[in-house]
Design a protein around this ligand. Structure first.
Ligand SMILES: C=C(O[C@@H]1C=C(C(=O)O)C=C[C@H]1O)C(=O)O
Length: 280
């Protein structure tokens, strides 16, 4: 973490379309904040090494850093059922992946660990996990299945590969009945304690961006089309699946995920989501 009393706070922002409903309208004119866009895995590493002070990161990365960070109330990337952009593309049905090689996108922390949990719960054993750049064709040259997230997953999801496709938000919901929170907005406990006004200012920037995005979804969709093409209906359907809120109810799903991650040996200790700030 940098010198937190200083005037400039560095804030991480997900560079993919899933965060556009929050990030498209963020006011970047503030002299006290600078925004650094990255893939989730980059943002996670930046939060851990102090390159950024706060921002959107994988919920799993938050869980690893939960001693030092809180999650801002009202902000997340979540789904209650299908998420539409987190897919396992597989040559075999999920239940038949024991002894297989599964290639994991290098961009994710939450989804790759969710996949480990889901396969573990189904009783799939002896999987050889490899982490690779998110290129489906390359990944499947040597793997039996490949996990992609975000824009890479969206792009492949509209093509016919003749592969089995599993939406991890849907698999998690079918299995547990819970929502799943993939990303949260993490802020250092030190900032909250020593400069609550600054933590509140970060939350307000994101919440105000989300409020504008919700009120003007057409502009958010235009921005998504500019990034990736597809039709307005495609984006309406996709953004309709995503939830960008974070409240006590969604925290139940996030905590169920953290519990499962701990049970499966993926987190070193039990973690509870610590929400901070007001939602408005
Ligand atoms: C919905 C998504 O959620 C994302 C998934 C993440 C992860 O797997 O670590 C992190 C941030 C989110 O942007 C997605 O990428 O499609």
């Amino acid at each position: 973490m940098g010198e937190i009393g200083t005037d400039l706070l560095r804030i991480g922002q997900i560079k993919f379309t899933n965060a556009l409903p929050i990030c498209h309208f963020i006011d970047r004119s503030s002299p006290h904040h600078t925004f650094l866009p990255g893939a989730p895995s980059e943002l996670n590493a930046w939060l851990a090494d102090g390159t950024i002070d706060a921002g959107l990161v994988s919920s799993f990365a938050y869980a690893q850093l939960a001693d030092d960070f809180v999650a801002l109330r009202g902000l997340s990337v979540s789904s209650r059922g299908p998420v539409g952009s987190i897919f396992l593309f597989s040559k075999r049905p999920l239940e038949e992946l024991s002894g297989s090689t599964v290639s994991l996108t290098s961009h994710s922390a939450s989804s790759v660990n969710l996949l480990r949990i889901l396969l573990g719960e189904i009783g799939v054993q002896d999987v050889n996990y490899v982490t690779e750049e998110p290129h489906l064709h390359e990944m499947l040259k040597s793997a039996d299945a490949a996990l992609l997230i975000a824009d890479h997953a969206l792009r492949e999801s509209v093509l016919d590969h003749g592969l089995y496709m599993y939406d991890l938000g849907e698999e998690w919901h079918n299995r547990t009945g819970h929502s799943m929170t993939f990303a949260v907005c993490a802020v250092p406990k030190r900032l909250v304690k020593e400069h609550p006004d600054k933590a509140r200012a970060i939350q307000k920037l994101f919440l105000e961006g989300k409020r504008k995005g919700t009120a003007d979804m057409e502009s958010v969709i235009e921005a998504a089309i500019e990034m990736m093409g597809q039709t307005k209906d495609f984006w309406r359907d996709y953004f309709g699946k995503l939830i960008h809120d974070l409240d006590d109810e969604l925290a139940v799903g996030a905590n169920a995920y953290f519990d499962a991650a701990y049970r499966h040996g993926l987190l070193a200790k039990p973690v509870k989501l610590e929400l901070w700030g007001d939602e408005s």
